[in-house]
Design a protein around this ligand. Structure first.
Ligand code: HOZ
Length: 411
């Protein structure tokens, strides 16, 4: 029988080094309990923990691994790039290559800027919107997660779900952050009517409070309202970009924002972020304009090469497969819930999916799945990421395990 000796030992050492033993809070298993698995390697739809246990993976590094882990084209691109140096701090061909691929898929990004994380990208987009409009306030949605810049950590989703704001965020930093419920146009309109709002920033598909699809007309309504009130519309497509369609949620729902925030998939699993949109607005960014933003690792050749290699693999057939895989898994989970008599509700957009368990049931479900060697995100509030490497057999095995897990989790 396998034990968790090595994972447990590494986590014990990590506990003396990192807050909570981790480098990003949700990884600590805080909301499910137990000891996190320390991952040693990954391939396709699978990861292996430090004790050699093979796990079918639905974390997918929280989104980037749309092709599955260690895709040969991505690994080869990184290897070739690395042999030419890992960072120059100067313009390079890889960043031009990746930007052209992004713009081809998302022509509304008339200009863009690469940074090193989604947090940086969202923070910079807000700064830019404020400069473009001369207004301070902006609207975000309750449960919307846009990284951890101070002003954006007000009623955030993800690991901080339910927090009014993080400790350490000053009143001043949070003062101009207005919050509306997701999918509630009237609430946004009321804020736009009563405040000078620079921008409305939204995850077009909410994916950090579990997956919550936009109601019909919601995104188009935000477009119309922001235009009417002179505010910019910012889509945070860090998760949805190149995920729910090649052109992201903007393409899937046919709504074009003024600015977009990207990350995850465009870096193929290496650290990356980007923001971009209307050329007249992006022209305000330094050195062309007065909005300062810079970064030593911006346009990093390895991240750019991994991102470009990933985007090149994402054909229309890949999206058809991902859509079919997501639908297959959702239908299977719904059927499993019926069979188990469990009050489980699923929500899905493409290959992004959440199974919402009854209150208090997620930890038991999560651990039953882990026992069946299926690694779900360790929080009810995070999306499951299906990749192009998940086979039908993988999805069916997941459904079988879920049926058993739902039967043991309280209904
Ligand atoms: N912010 C990510 C979840 N929405 C978590 C990132 C991580 O822990 O890797």
């Amino acid at each position: 029988m396998r034990t968790l000796d090595r994972s447990a030992e590494l986590m014990e050492r990590a506990a003396g080094l990192f807050p909570g033993g981790v480098n990003s809070p949700v990884r600590a298993f805080g909301s499910v309990g137990g000891t996190p698995r320390v991952i040693e390697r990954a391939l396709g739809a699978r990861v292996w923990d430090a004790d050699g246990t093979e796990l079918l993976d639905y974390v997918g590094s929280w989104g980037p691994m749309i092709l599955g882990h260690a895709h040969p084209a991505v690994v080869a691109a990184v290897r070739v790039a690395a042999e030419r140096g890992t960072s120059y701090g100067a313009p390079n061909a890889h960043e031009v290559d990746l930007a052209e691929l992004i713009v081809e898929a998302m022509p509304h990004l008339e200009r863009l800027r690469f940074v090193s994380s989604g947090t940086e990208a969202a923070m910079s987009a807000i700064r830019l919107a404020r400069a473009a409009t001369g207004r301070d306030a902006f609207v975000k949605m309750a449960g919307g997660y846009h990284g951890h810049a101070d002003a954006l950590l007000v009623q955030p989703g993800s690991g901080a779900t339910g927090m009014p704001a993080s400790a350490g965020v000053t009143h001043g930093a949070a003062r101009d952050t207005l919050v509306a419920p997701y999918n509630d146009l009237e609430a946004v309109e009321a804020l736009l009517r009563t405040h000078g709002v620079a921008a409305v920033i939204v995850e077009p598909v909410a994916a950090n409070m579990g997956v919550v699809p936009p109601l019909p007309g919601y995104l188009a309504g935000l477009r119309e309202l922001t235009e009417r009130h002179g505010a910019l519309l910012i889509f945070d497509e860090v998760i949805t970009g190149f995920r729910v369609a090649r052109g992201g949620a903007a393409q899937r729902y046919g709504v074009i924002p003024d600015l977009s925030v990207l990350g995850k998939i465009i870096g193929g699993g290496l650290p990356v972020g980007a923001y971009g949109g209307r050329a007249d607005v992006m022209r305000l960014v330094a050195p062309e304009g007065p909005v300062y933003q810079a970064g030593t690792l911006s346009g990093n050749p390895l991240a750019m090469a991994a991102g470009a290699a990933t985007l090149r693999q994402l054909t229309p057939e890949t999206y058809e497969r991902l859509e079919a895989a997501g639908a297959h898994l959702q239908a299977g989970l719904d059927e499993a819930a019926r069979t188990a008599g469990a009050a489980v509700r699923t929500a899905r957009v493409g290959s992004l999916l959440t199974a919402f368990l009854p209150d208090g049931a997620f930890p038991g479900f999560f651990h039953a799945m882990l026992g069946a060697r299926i690694m779900l995100p360790p929080s009810q509030h995070e999306a499951w990421f299906v990749s192009a490497a998940h086979s039908e057999a993988d999805l069916d095995a997941t459904v079988r395990a879920a049926r058993d897990a739902m039967a043991v989790a309280p209904a």
